[in-house]
Design a protein around this ligand. Structure first.
Ligand code: ATP
Ligand code: MN
Length: 463
């Protein structure tokens, strides 16, 4: 293989006069009256293109170079030189331009004009070649790295929680079924489905959360985290819900609710700071073309303490609000997204709401002494709403057993989860952070479908 230089590296280089090979896709071509052409080449390593000068004296100039159009792939050999022109510091004076792949300009859908995000979703196989989706991919990569670094630097162990699960316990929305049963045959028989003949001999689902498994490992190894895909068959067509999304779930033994909130705040701030420093060109792009306040919003989040208040205090604030809400706030009802937005605007910063009524939260959250609320916590972000949901977990066997029964669940299904409270139980806490919601914050993109390569939403499974 020919050794190629990445454009990200070349644009920082001062190695003028050296011979380089670049490989990438033509963004634009301009033919000069002087009998030579300018090519703008992008190879995905950076949002920046490199300018290539192709002289009319090259053997394939008339037959090939003049016929190049946006989207063709090329291999260019040439000499790195200081650029006399405006707009770029360096350029490549080509000695050879080989066309790797042609495209028909009449059918290639990515012409120079800007396309709507809706349209680009219908060509998800080509959208990574646009500035926006190239930048999304690079930031997604860097954000994943920042998350792993955050936990690794703090001694957390990365846990691979299972994707297929037999417990449908998390209560976090509807689950996708996993089966090898012949569904066509089933349809005709009617009545109850006999799962004994299924792959696992019982019903199986795609996971909605790795939490319960993470608790197992936290109660042996101390601090763990999962970072993987989760699935929710919720039929909600919103700007912030996907049927398949990635979740980061730390779980810590000997950690209470307050320390849990502290970790969530530190995780958000630290990963945002990493992106501002390490993805500067891409963030500048989003700041110019998607949200003019992006960088200042991120800076504000990094440089201010998150507001902390209880659910009860939050409801009081909402009740006093002059605003007319679609859902009237009331103690005992869930905090709706319009309420989340109001609270973040009220405090002008991220908000952590704790201690929700136990009736509206799952069985595994630790019941407070008042026997009315649980040690739950949600972190809400301006413009995004809920990004983190978590809690201190119920660590007392009898209380947990009662909560499972109250929720009309079968304790037998949770025998191993209950068992943890019988053998060396400990206070422990954790949360789930929606990775795509963090991506939305970092890019300013308002639709969650645009921050994941191949979004899965109701009735959408083309790519
Ligand atoms: P929401 O109230 O926004 O629907 P949730 O309360 O169902 O979220 P949790 O079960 O607490 O969410 O999940 C933890 C985190 O995972 C959420 O705070 C959010 O960031 C993210 N998340 C939840 N559901 C989705 C989804 N369908 N698509 C993308 N991210 C999600
Ligand atoms: Mn939640």
């Amino acid at each position: 293989m020919i050794k190629r230089k990445r454009i990200a590296e070349l644009i920082e280089s001062n190695d003028f006069g050296s011979e380089v090979t670049i490989m990438g896709w033509v963004k634009t071509k301009r033919d000069s009256k002087g009998g030579f052409s300018f090519l703008e080449i992008n190879d995905g390593s950076t949002i920046k293109n490199i300018q290539v000068i192709a002289e009319g004296t090259m053997a394939n100039y008339t037959d090939e170079i003049l016929k190049l159009t946006t989207g063709c792939s090329v291999i260019v050999k040439g000499i790195l030189a200081e650029s006399p022109g405006k707009g770029q510091r360096i350029e490549v004076q080509a000695t050879e331009v080989n066309v790797a792949g042609w495209t028909d300009p009449d059918t290639y859908p990515l012409q120079k004009k800007r396309h709507s995000f809706e349209y680009l979703r219908t060509i998800a196989h080509l959208r990574p070649r646009t500035n926006t989706f190239g930048a999304v991919a690079r930031i997604r990569n860097a954000l994943s790295y920042a998350i792993h670094s955050f936990f690794q630097e703090r001694g957390f162990l990365y846990l691979h929680s299972p994707i297929i699960t037999g417990s449908n316990c998390e209560g976090a929305g509807d689950m996708f079924k996993v089966t090898t049963l012949d569904l066509q045959g089933l349809k005709n028989k009617g009545g109850e489905v006999d799962f004994t003949g299924d792959f696992f001999g019982k019903p199986a689902n795609l996971t909605v959360s790795g939490q319960l498994e993470a608790e197992v490992y936290a109660l042996a190894l101390g601090n763990v985290y999962t970072f993987g895909p989760t699935f929710r068959a919720e039929n909600s067509n919103t700007y912030r819900h996907l049927a398949e999304f990635w979740m980061v779930e730390p779980e810590m033994a000997f950690c209470d609710l307050k320390e849990n909130v502290d970790l969530g705040e530190a995780l958000i701030k630290s990963t945002l700071a990493y992106i501002l420093t390490n993805c500067k060109d891409d963030i500048d792009f989003f700041n110019s073309f998607v949200d003019k306040n992006l960088i200042s919003t991120i800076d504000t989040i990094i440089n201010n303490d998150f507001e902390r208040l209880t659910y009860t205090e939050a409801i009081e604030i909402l009740l006093k609000a002059k605003k007319q809400f679609e859902f009237t706030p009331a103690w005992g009802s869930d905090i709706q997204s319009e309420h989340e937005r109001y609270l973040c605007e009220y405090f002008k910063r991220p908000v952590a709401v704790t201690d929700y009524p136990k009736e509206i939260k799952p069985f595994y959250m630790k019941v407070n002494k008042d026997n009315k609320t649980v040690k739950a916590m949600d972190i809400l972000l301006p413009g995004i709403g809920e990004i983190i949901g978590g809690s201190q977990r119920e660590d007392v066997y009898d209380t947990l057993l009662n909560r499972i029964k109250e929720a009309s669940l079968d304790p037998a299904d949770y025998w191993w989860y209950l068992d943890l409270r019988k053998h060396g139980t400990a206070i422990h806490s954790g949360f789930g952070l929606g990775f795509e919601r963090l991506m939305q914050l970092v890019t300013g993109l308002s639709n969650i479908r645009d921050v994941i390569p191949f979004p899965r939403t109701p009735k959408n499974l083309e790519f």
